[in-house]
Ligand binder design. Sequence first.
Ligand SMILES: Cc1ncc(COP(=O)(O)OP(=O)(O)O)c(N)n1
Ligand SMILES: Cc1nc(C(=O)O)sc1CCOP(=O)(O)O
Ligand SMILES: [Mg+2]
Length: 216
Amino acid sequence: MSAPWPAPRGLYGITAEADCGDAERLLAAVTAALAGGLRLLQYRDKRNPPEQRAALGAALLARCRAAGVPLIVNDDIELAAILGADGVHLGLSDGSLAEARARLGPEAIIGITCADSLERARAAAAGGASYVAFGAFFPSRTKPNAPPMTLERLRQARAELHLPICAIGGISPERAPPLVAAGADYVAAIEGLFGAADIRAAARAYAAAFDGRGAP
Ligand SMILES: Cc1ncc(COP(=O)(O)OP(=O)(O)O)c(N)n1
Ligand SMILES: Cc1nc(C(=O)O)sc1CCOP(=O)(O)O
Ligand SMILES: [Mg+2]
């Protein structure tokens, strides 16, 4: 059964490329993050061929279902459909929101990258997106060319938009609280979470930024 949406506010973990070469390592990392309070998981894997991504995605979905946490597939609408995942995340050069909605159905979680653009977020909201993502709030070693986004624009987005907002880009646990205070419902992290020596402790530290804040 699909996980409920919106998921409670909190940490949105995104799988690290470094873990995607080893299924055991990937599942151990995700299991630790779930134990630490991860609220959403995105399967982002730009290194493996389709068959391997289908196998890893299925294993991740089983793990997420057991924890009641939604699994979002990055970029690939068809893989999300084949897996029966909870949704898909689309950037500027990925498939369209309309195409994803038509393929995945009305209940699917569809997230849209808005970079630093309120205009794009307005269009995504009007087009039926489930959440919008802004970034990069800090320099990201994972995605060094992501354009910068400001806290002030996040506040504007929060004041105007009536759908969940995700913040992304170079976010460590220490950097999460001001983003949450400015209106982020989810903070997305790769390196700060899956690059941590203790992934469960890192997830807990992110989750602490949301203490006292309930559903979006
Ligand atoms: C939650 C979230 N926000 C933004 C992105 C970036 O998406 P995109 O711009 O398509 O870049 P890639 O991740 O595909 O390299 C994301 N994946 N997740
Ligand atoms: C995948 C991605 N998208 C971004 C955006 O700004 O849209 S930043 C980013 C990388 C996030 O990884 P880390 O937490 O390691 O910085
Ligand atoms: Mg993409």
